[in-house]
Write a protein that binds this ligand. Structure first.
Ligand code: ASP
Ligand code: MG
Length: 296
């Protein structure tokens, strides 16, 4: 079994989602697919939250555009016989979920900051909830899973952290013994271990979700599918001699992430390093390129 994660650009357009489908179809073994929101959607959800909080009704225009974009993607990638159902599900998340959260922020002057934070977390979770619904509908026989059921956070006096022990146990309960070939779940989003309230793992956290699942299930490997060919020797936008690094150790990858390499989210490395699970960084837009492998 392997865990394969697709970032926002990979699930961002009809064309890129066709690549995603081809990559999943090519896997011979069981796969757990972890997805980000459609590219740019998390930023847009946050932007609409800010507008609604400032009582600026222009969030509605953005929300309509978001709805249209998801509808266009569904029309382009979901097989005919599942399109209406998928569109209905996604429209319900927008019309009943997002629209009512934004309307509440828009209409109320004095909401408690704690409450606003909770509403904002609930809003931002919709990006991955919608993208995963689309990807699950796109693949015949794919089993959808809801990651807040098994990715759990807890609050310390100063910060929100992963409840690693509970998460590892719940991932096992969710996936052990399943025989279906393709499973699909959301990256990034989580729930508080005590209250069940929606939380998340921080911006870019979908990579971390995938690593936690791979580690808990002792996956054969973790694949991070993104929009670059792998870790590079330098920033290719400023240095034309930059080359892909074919093999790295966990320590080297961790050092590059800590130094600001944006290829993967820094907390991703530790859980897979402990279990010696190799991590492949691959390009959805150039799938035959060898990519970077990170291993012990
Ligand atoms: N969608 C979230 C973000 O934009 C998580 C992720 O993509 O990894 O930060
Ligand atoms: Mg990312």
């Amino acid at each position: 079994m392997k865990v394969i994660k697709f970032g926002g650009t990979s699930v961002g357009t009809v064309q890129s989602l066709h690549n995603v489908k081809a990559i999943i179809d090519e896997c011979q073994q069981q796969v757990i697919v972890v997805v980000s929101a459609l590219g740019g959607v998390t930023n847009q959800l946050i932007q609409m939250t800010e507008l609604a909080k400032r009582h600026d009704a222009s969030y509605e225009t953005l929300l309509n555009a978001l709805k249209q974009r998801h509808a266009d993607v569904i029309a382009g990638v979901v097989p005919e016989e599942r399109q209406q159902e998928c569109l209905g599900v996604v429209n319900t998340f927008i019309d009943e979920g997002l629209a009512s959260f934004y309307a509440m922020l828009y209409a109320n002057e004095e909401l408690a900051p704690d409450f606003v934070e909770r509403v904002s977390d609930a809003i931002v979770s919709h990006g991955e909830i919608m993208s995963s619904a689309i990807v699950a509908s796109m693949i015949d026989g794919a089993v959808p899973h809801f990651s807040p059921n098994f990715i759990k956070t807890m609050d310390t006096a100063t910060e929100r952290i992963l409840d690693a022990e509970t998460t590892e146990r719940l991932i096992g309960e969710e996936f052990d013994g399943r025989t279906e070939r393709v499973h699909v779940t959301q990256g990034f989003i989580a729930a508080d271990v005590e209250t069940g309230v929606k939380t998340n793992l921080g911006r870019g956290g979908s990579d971390f979700t995938a690593a936690l699942i791979a580690a808990a299930l002792n996956a054969e490997c973790l694949e991070i599918w993104t929009d670059v060919d792998g870790f590079m020797t330098a920033d290719p936008r400023t240095d034309p001699t930059a080359e892909v690094i074919p093999v790295m150790t966990y320590e080297q990858a961790q050092r590059m992430c800590d130094a600001g390499a944006k290829v993967i989210y820094a907390p991703t490395i530790a859980p897979v390093a402990v279990k010696h699970i190799p991590v492949w960084v691959k390009n959805t837009f150039n799938p035959t390129a060898p990519g970077t492998v990170i291993k012990g």
